[in-house]
Design a protein around this ligand. Structure first.
Ligand code: G6P
Ligand code: MG
Length: 214
């Protein structure tokens, strides 16, 4: 019996996945290389520093820790410039309706994101009030696919992992949910998210009743 919903943020509730991709690509170009949309899938759900390490690996460049910090800060400055301008219009199709009906039906809800920028995004898109608990990049030490972020979310909701469903657009996030003992709904591509209990193209394709059939 499902009682709690654990939502990833970027690419599930809001359209920020494309901002992450654009700004990482911009950073790679300053170093003289690019990477593909397929490679970008591997960056979804993982922390800023882990993302940078992967990208540097793809470009075959090595940097000192101080240089890495500078590069990550540059990327984040570009990214923050973009999310500072976000509005409620950038909540993904179906997400607001889904959050509203879930709240009405008494589900407890937590955020489970790797981002350190979650509070500004939640505020600008006006969805912060839906969440009983926020777990984000400021409160976890291990990146997805480690289940820490979702285990903390379930615990803060006072629920067992088996009573929770995770919503994720990243393969690493689906893996984290399964390792944590939760149900997982993939938002996006069926092949990329094949470990999920169910995959839909967006929250607009899902009804609250579907959760009890997982
Ligand atoms: C999410 C995104 C990743 C991003 C990570 C850290 O998990 O899917 O692409 O790298 O958060 O985000 P931050 O906003 O802290 O750089
Ligand atoms: Mg995501």
């Amino acid at each position: 019996n499902i009682k709690g919903l654990l939502f990833d943020l970027d690419g599930v509730l809001v359209d920020t996945a494309v901002y992450h991709y654009d700004t990482w690509l911009r950073l790679a170009k300053t170093m003289g290389f690019t990477f593909s949309e397929k490679q970008n899938e591997e960056l979804k759900g993982i922390s800023r520093m882990d993302s940078l390490d992967k990208i540097l690996g793809w470009g075959n460049v090595s940097k000192s820790d101080a240089e890495k910090l500078e590069l990550a800060t540059q990327k984040n400055n570009w990214y923050v410039e973009m999310i500072n301008k976000m509005t409620p219009a950038e909540v993904l199709p179906g997400a607001l309706d889904f959050l509203q009906s879930a709240q009405k039906q008494g589900y407890k809800m937590a955020l489970g994101s790797a981002s350190k920028n979650s509070s500004i995004i939640l505020k600008n898109t006006n969805i912060a009030h839906f969440f009983d608990a926020i777990v984000d990049g400021n409160s976890v030490s291990k990146s997805k696919p480690d289940p820490e972020v979702f285990l903390k979310g379930a615990e803060l909701l006072g629920l067992k992992p088996s009573e929770c469903v995770v919503f994720e657009d990243a393969a690493a996030g689906i893996e984290a949910a399964k390792r944590g003992g939760m149900k997982a709904i993939g938002i996006g591509d069926e092949y990329i998210l094949k470990q999920s209990d169910k995959v839909v193209s967006g929250l607009d394709q899902l009804a609250i009743q579907d959760l009890q059939e997982l």
